[in-house]
Design a protein around this ligand. Structure first.
Ligand SMILES: Nc1ncnc2c1ncn2[C@@H]1O[C@H](COP(=O)(O)OP(=O)(O)OP(=O)(O)O)[C@@H](O)[C@H]1O
Ligand SMILES: Cc1ncc(COP(=O)(O)O)c(N)n1
Length: 276
């Protein structure tokens, strides 16, 4: 029996311990019942303790992978994560532009561990070659500060930043994530017309490796199904909150989130821990 499905392509770096990058994206797509595909930009030797080493794939090989995907299966959405160099950004930009697909841009710059995942000289290229193509861009506070070269200290500053990313840098919509603020985790969405706030209580845990990757992958999966930006963010916010609430205490550092946490809503936390 044939089964029609939506599909999503992630273009990003890897995490062999499975918490962030391509691995987190594919788990998130799967969890939202969207067929997941991936093009690797950089292979990253990392774990819950940090990044040990990075090898970039050649630009021509990234291009070959993009051709393999687009010549066969045109995805319903593209999501990008770690794209380290301006040359890589140019080939990715070309593939998105020529295929006219909705595009979720997670402007990954620095990992939670403090390791740099994007070259400094890429900052101008991301602004010029990728941001204007994005259906939605999902910077955290430091990334929004880098993109606009401003300081963001409050929710009001984050609202101004989301608007400026749309109106001045040319994204269709922007979510400035509040994970790096003290207090509640409030994400600000500007969809080109209106500001929306998505507040949740901050969960007291150090296991937040890959939150941004997971969140943007769920937004992408919902866009692939035809949902609006607002609906996609609302679903992703619920998903990431449960993924953090039921985060996995594996690894010796900052552990990964739980990509099936969303399915455990209503299950008491201690019961889940026993089951694990
Ligand atoms: N401790 C927390 N409790 C509740 N929500 C959180 C917490 N930390 C992050 N979030 C939420 O997780 C999502 C991702 O935000 P965050 O700012 O952590 O992204 P990020 O820094 O890009 O993540 P990463 O770099 O780890 O991939 C947002 O919805 C944010 O509000
Ligand atoms: C390949 C890749 N992409 C993104 C992140 C960001 O995730 P985090 O900030 O949680 O380390 C990462 N560590 N690795």
């Amino acid at each position: 029996m044939k089964y029609a499905t939506s599909s999503a392509l992630t273009i990003a770096g890897t995490d062999p311990t499975g918490g962030a990058g391509i691995q987190a994206d594919l788990k998130s797509f799967q969890e939202r019942e969207v067929y997941g595909m991936s093009v690797v930009t950089s292979v990253v030797a990392q774990n819950t303790l940090g990044v040990q080493s990075i090898e970039h794939l050649s630009v021509s090989f990234i291009e070959k992978q993009l051709e393999s995907v687009f010549n066969d299966i045109v995805p319903d959405v593209v999501k990008t994560g770690m794209i380290a160099t301006p040359e890589m950004m140019e080939v990715v930009s070309h593939a998105i532009k020529s295929n006219h697909v909705p595009y979720v841009l997670d402007p990954v710059m620095v990992a939670k561990s403090g390791d740099h995942l994007m070259d400094k000289e890429s900052r101008q290229t991301i602004r010029e070659a990728l941001v204007p193509l994005s259906t939605v861009i999902t910077p955290n506070i430091p990334e929004a500060e880098e993109l606009l070269e401003v300081s963001i200290q409050s929710t009001e500053d984050a609202e101004i930043a989301a608007k400026r990313i749309v109106e001045e840098l040319g994204a269709q919509s922007a979510i400035v994530k509040g994970g790096h603020f003290a207090g509640d985790a409030i994400d600000i969405l500007f969809d080109g017309k209106k500001i929306y706030k998505f507040p949740t209580e901050r969960i007291n845990t150090k296991h937040t490796h890959g939150t941004g990757c997971t969140y943007s992958a769920v937004i992408a999966a919902e866009i692939a199904k035809g949902k609006s930006i607002y609906e996609s963010v609302a679903i992703a916010k619920q998903f990431i909150t449960d993924a953090i609430r039921f985060s996995l205490e594996i690894g010796r550092g900052n552990g990964p989130t739980n990509h099936w946490g969303y399915r455990l809503q209503g299950v008491p936390e201690n019961k889940t821990k026993e089951a694990n």
